[in-house]
Design a protein around this ligand. Structure first.
Ligand SMILES: Cc1cc2nc3c(=O)[nH]c(=O)nc-3n(C[C@H](O)[C@H](O)[C@H](O)COP(=O)(O)OP(=O)(O)OC[C@H]3O[C@@H](n4cnc5c(N)ncnc54)[C@H](O)[C@@H]3O)c2cc1C
Length: 415
């Protein structure tokens, strides 16, 4: 049943905080197995405001069971990525088949919520979870507020927190909120009139002058418009976007006639998973648990993967009538067993990228071209589990040479 009114909420067994993709997917997996679940979302509409580029691996979506997607959600598919140094040096990876897709994130989120509703989950929109109800050391439910009305208490046996990067309620639950050191601040815009781009290629621009601590991107859509964005660990993202659009040797040409039709700002968490994701009667998943790739900031696939594990763990806990932290810790172990290696590799890669000066980035892209790294990567289709992907490509001589060269670059930058 779908409702916008708090009155219709009737003792759920599980509460989900946040109707983003992770919250809706957790609710879907709970409802499918008969759990009475209520999702509270503070905004009046699922998916809006959208803050995401929606660039996602096809293989991972398929693995989760979400691909193919309805046509109106898919904005484009890509087999090519062009990387640019701040001086404009270009290095391209052209794969033999499309490996990524650009999604309309608002429609993707709505689609997941609709699937969850069809499975029996209840969504209460326009309703902010203000705080967590605790009793005898257990989380017993939440205090919610709809349309600035009086706060109301809603009780449940287990609460799943999928509130996103704000992570405000994690603290209420006795867990540690995301640290600002691991955050970068992003701007994402929709633009018209982009020129000089290939429709099957994602553009990535590195460099401290345009996106210190991260990178900038340009993602063309099939309708001729594009998404442009960047994130930074210092300064004002909007000012960096202006620099990218007006000063970058390549992007300024591609965007010289561009008109921004929509713009939004949001943080991305790059610090790797938080140290504790469970408490008595409580599990955290998605961005609020920092289940996000430290290299690219992609959080949809890992968030959905962990949401499914959280839902399965919650169902087992409800069946055993044991929602203690002692039992729920298995959720963290399951996520860690699956993702720890890849997170460790990606955290190292992030440190490596952060250590490079603009000159070194330029040199690195030139050397990648000379060593034939592009040819060594043509068959790659795994872009989420980057640790495992590195292991499979390391057998190629060009990749070994590149890794040796990267190690040297890193050591020279961090003597
Ligand atoms: C600019 C940008 C570009 C990105 N690009 C990509 C990309 O290309 N690919 C990719 O995989 N990832 C990308 N990401 C990351 C991706 O957007 C997140 O990892 C993903 O949205 C996480 O989903 P979530 O459900 O955990 O959090 P969110 O999507 O943030 O959803 C959280 C929901 O909880 C609601 N909420 C919060 N607090 C409360 C409360 N107290 N009460 C009720 N509701 C509440 C919010 O309104 C929101 O709807 C990008 C992020 C940014 C900022």
């Amino acid at each position: 049943m779908t409702t916008d009114t708090l009155k219709a909420v009737n003792s759920p067994n599980a509460i989900v905080i946040g109707g983003g993709p992770v919250g809706s997917y957790a609710a879907l997996n709970l409802a499918k197995l008969g759990v009475k679940v209520t999702v509270f979302e503070e905004h009046p509409e699922i998916g809006l405001p959208s803050h995401c580029a929606g660039h996602i691996s096809i293989r991972s979506l398929r693995r989760i069971g979400l691909y193919p997607l309805p046509n109106n959600i898919v904005e484009n598919v890509f087999n090519t990525a062009n990387f640019y140094s701040p001086r404009g040096t270009k290095f391209s990876i052209r794969l033999s088949q499309p490996v990524t897709v650009a999604l309309d994130r608002a429609r993707f989120d709505k689609n997941l919520a609709d699937q969850a509703k069809a499975a029996g989950a209840q969504f209460v929109l326009n309703t902010c979870v203000q705080s967590i109800i605790k009793s005898n050391g257990f989380i017993k439910g939440v205090n919610v507020q709809q349309n600035n009305q009086r706060q109301e208490e809603v009780y449940s046996k287990i609460t799943l927190d999928a509130e996103g990067v704000s992570s405000r309620l994690l603290k209420h639950a006795g867990l540690t909120a995301l640290k600002s050191k691991g955050l970068v601040y992003a701007v994402e815009a929709e633009v018209e009139n982009v020129t000089e781009i290939e429709s099957n290629a994602v553009e990535v621009y590195f460099g401290k002058s345009y996106a210190p601590g991260f990178y900038a991107w340009l993602i063309p859509k099939l309708d001729g418009t594009a998404k442009v964005g960047l994130a930074t660990n210092k300064g004002n993202p909007h000012e960096f976007l202006r620099s990218l659009m007006f000063k970058h040797p390549v992007a300024s040409k591609q965007l010289s006639k561009a008109k921004i039709t929509q713009i939004g700002y949001h943080a991305i968490t790059l610090g790797g998973p938080i140290s504790k994701t469970y408490a008595n009667g409580f599990l955290a998943c998605g961005d609020c648990a920092s289940q996000v790739k430290p290299t690219t900031g992609g959080g949809v696939i890992f968030g959905l993967t962990c949401a499914k594990i959280a839902a399965q763990t919650a169902i087992e806990a409800l069946q055993r009538d044991d929602v203690s932290a002692n039992f729920l810790q298995i959720y963290q172990k399951r996520c860690s067993d699956l993702l720890r290696f890849d997170f460790n590799v990606m955290l190292r890669l992030r440190r490596f990228l952060d250590s490079l000066s603009d000159e070194k980035i330029d040199e690195m892209l030139r050397v990648c071209g000379k060593l034939g790294v592009d040819r060594a990567l043509t068959e790659v289709d795994e872009i989420d589990f980057q640790g495992k992907m590195m292991l499979t490509v390391l057998g190629k001589p060009a990749m070994l040479a590149a890794v040796a060269y990267f190690a040297m670059l890193y050591l020279s930058a961090n003597p």
